[in-house]
Design a protein around this ligand. Sequence first.
Ligand code: 5GP
Length: 199
Amino acid sequence: MPSSPSFTEPVAEPYGSPARLFVISGPTAVGKGTLVSRVHAAHPEVYVSVSVTTRSPRPGEVDGVHYHFVSEAHFSELVATSGLLEWAEIHGSARYGTPREPVCSALAAGRSVILEIDVQGAQQIRQSIPEAVLVFIAPPNWEALVSRLQGRGAETPAQMERRLQTARHELTLTAEFDKVIVNDELDTAVCELVEFMGL
Ligand code: 5GP
């Protein structure tokens, strides 16, 4: 993964503290998206990256807001032209990636950035941008994760089993992260994340 010069250059500090790149990661259905939305609502000065994905939109998802929904060919072109900071194929079904340019621009303008991505992506960011801050969102226990995934009702039983297998593995990787936040009670987890990010 090529690194970008923008991460090593000093950046402006219009918001009073140095701009930092935060990676919010963790297993499927742990509530990363809700947590990040809550942090963003309270701190709109932070830039939240919008990923590209080859998966189809779910009902209610808006192109350009939840994801940039792109074709396989378009995604491959982004990979070939180093347009992505990181990318991963997730649950064996679709590819997801972080567009490089908006993240670099936000950091260069002094805005901190949040990437809400999977654990493979977090590991890539750790390699290419060592100064990034990695946060792992964990479920209070295994049963809670299973019931959240079932409650979402968006997957077939086979897809669900695949996601749980991945989650089992991801939960063994928490030591690679700078901080682990247990998402048991949402308000508490939001406060903990905001405090950790220094917002
Ligand atoms: P979903 O299909 O449920 O929206 O997302 C599946 C997984 O993809 C989630 O764990 C989410 O964090 C992850 N994801 C979303 N965008 C990206 C991205 O740009 N890169 C990587 N590596 N993972 C992503």
